[in-house]
Design a protein around this ligand. Structure first.
Ligand code: PLP
Length: 518
């Protein structure tokens, strides 16, 4: 039996007259906001909000939060997502008043620290990827992809080449790749993986032509395998006049080992909410900075953050900025950081202001505390941990591409599924064991796929606990499959109707009655 009690809805806790806050009496006349919008009133009657006391609210939301599995509560080997532990120090840094209490419209002279941080983070990300110029604006990996594809388009058009309409994408790619290419107005050409699970130069050679705008690739790929022919592939695409886009969501395997720029890529995004320790998974903000080779820098979104030394270009400062500067003084003598908009070839803005700034502070704090050696070690441990689990689990599970993997690997529950214990059933049973399941049924090219990414932040004991549990479940598939098939037993709710939830979602809650129909 589940040890969770059923949590009432907050509307069911409603007791008229109970109150959680005492707003001060208004000492200004009441004005109906409808007055401004040309109607008599914006609302009719009072809002049907529940009346609850402060402790009721605190306990309600604390209880809900405890029903949620997060990185602070347990192992989270969700492949392709890099759910590593996020040091709390990064949160402290993002919360510093100098970062959290500033406004994006303040003049450059007043926010030199924030601009300097963004400039330096851009430089550090360029060093990490082997590229030359950065934008921090995109809010996520997928938006980084669409920014990069817009840059590819702008580049070809700037050369009067409008025939390049196709983007090559391997069949193992993350779903965002073909989606971003389509959104950017390109046609997607799918490259089949070969028997190694990789992209072969022959396939690329056959696919490229004078209509090729570029190739999008993640390396290590979505099977967790490093593409051995990557240099040849990038040469083939360049030879045909195309550009190379690196989906850097998988950087956690290669920091300080190799760089997209060195492999021949022209553009890369990094999911800082994966690799650079920013919390994600709850739908919260992320960031997908995009780095490019120098010849693509003119196309980056505006504004770009520039560093000016010894007052060079200072005549460009407008009067307000110059006055503010003289009041406050620059941070480093003779050095000033500015937001520059004078980029006539820019693709424009892709996000309000300069991106999700607080997330960028976390990434910066993480990179500075880790240093070069720390980041390199993180990648080496991420790869070691994945290979450790791959070998331990190969005792019972099929590993369709059994070579040395990078930060993640894909196994198949086909043998177990023959007894009814599918990847989905295994996932539900892992939840009972207090662990987040791996990614299941992705990538699509592996049957009963389970994609495991342990990350570097887990201990040997945690890895062993996971491996032991997976092996125990596989053994139980032989003897007691029926029991496993009804899991989870210990979760707040038992087996959900997942098809029903997808086909007939209930998306609203009737607040007035506390009823449960939408
Ligand atoms: C996560 C991921 C993305 C998309 O990143 P979002 O920030 O979720 O938009 C793209 N490609 C790969 C390989 C990923 O793992």
């Amino acid at each position: 039996m589940s040890h969770w009690r059923k949590t009432p809805l907050i509307t069911e806790m409603d007791r008229r007259g109970r109150i959680g806050a005492n707003p001060p009496f208004a000492d200004v006349p009441h004005i109906d906001p409808g007055h401004w919008f040309g109607c008599s009133s914006l609302h009719s009657g009072s809002l049907p909000l529940p009346s609850v006391s402060e402790p009721d609210v605190v306990r309600h939301f604390t209880e809900l939060s405890q029903k949620n599995h997060g990185l602070d509560s347990g192992f989270y080997p969700l492949g392709s997502c890099t759910m590593k532990y996020n040091p709390k120090f990064n949160e402290d840094m993002a919360g510093l008043a100098g970062f959290s209490q500033i406004h994006p419209l303040q003049p450059d002279g007043e926010v030199q620290g924030a601009l300097r941080l963004m400039y330096n983070l851009g430089e550090m990300l360029c060093a990490l990827t082997g590229l030359d110029a950065a934008t921090l604006q995109p809010a996520a990996g997928a938006q980084g992809e669409s920014t990069g594809l817009s840059i590819i388009k702008a580049y070809h058009l700037s050369r009067g080449d409008s025939a390049r309409t196709k983007i090559l994408v391997p069949d193992s790619s993350h779903g965002t790749n073909p989606a971003s290419a389509t959104l950017a107005g390109f046609q997607v050409v799918v490259l089949p993986s070969d028997t190694r699970g990789c992209v072969s130069p022959e396939v690329v050679r056959k696919a490229v032509g004078s209509d090729t705008a570029g190739l999008m690739l993640t390396n290590p790929n979505t099977l967790g395998l490093f593409e051995p022919d990557i240099s040849e592939i990038t040469q083939i695409v360049h030879g045909a006049g195309g550009l190379l886009y690196y989906d850097g969501a998988n950087m956690n395997a290669i920091m300080g080992v190799t760089r997209p720029g060195d492999m021949g890529f022209d553009i890369a995004h990094i999911n800082v909410h994966k690799t650079l320790s920013t919390p994600h998974g709850g739908g919260g903000p992320g960031a997908g900075p995009v780095m490019v080779k120098a010849h693509l820098a003119p196309f980056l979104p505006i504004p770009v953050i520039v560093k000016m030394e010894n007052g060079s270009q200072s005549e460009e400062l407008n009067r307000v900025e110059a006055e503010t500067l003289s009041r406050e003084g620059p941070m480093e003598s003779g050095t000033m950081y500015r937001r520059a908009y004078d980029r006539p070839q820019s693709i424009g803005k892709v996000k309000a202001f300069y991106g999700n700034f607080g997330i960028l502070v976390r990434a910066y704090a993480y990179m500075r505390t880790m240093g070069n050696t720390g980041l390199h070690l993180a990648s080496k441990l991420a790869v070691l941990h994945a290979n450790y689990l791959r070998v331990r689990l190969s005792e019972a599970y099929a590993i369709p591409f059994p070579q040395i993997c990078m930060h993640e690997f894909v196994m198949s529950a086909e043998k177990q599924a023959a007894k009814g214990v599918t990847a989905l059933v295994l996932a539900k049973n892992l939840m009972d064991a207090g662990m987040h399941p791996p990614t299941v049924y992705f990538p699509l090219i592996v049957k009963e796929a389970m994609m495991v990414e342990p990350t570097e932040t887990e201990s040997l004991e945690t890895l062993d606990r996971f491996a032991d549990e997976m092996l125990r479940l596989s053994a139980m598939a032989e003897t007691d499959a029926d029991y496993l098939m009804h899991a989870p037993y210990n979760m707040p709710v038992n087996r959900l109707d997942e098809v029903g939830a997808a086909r007939k979602p209930v998306l609203c809650q009737c607040m007035a009655t506390g009823g449960d129909e939408g």
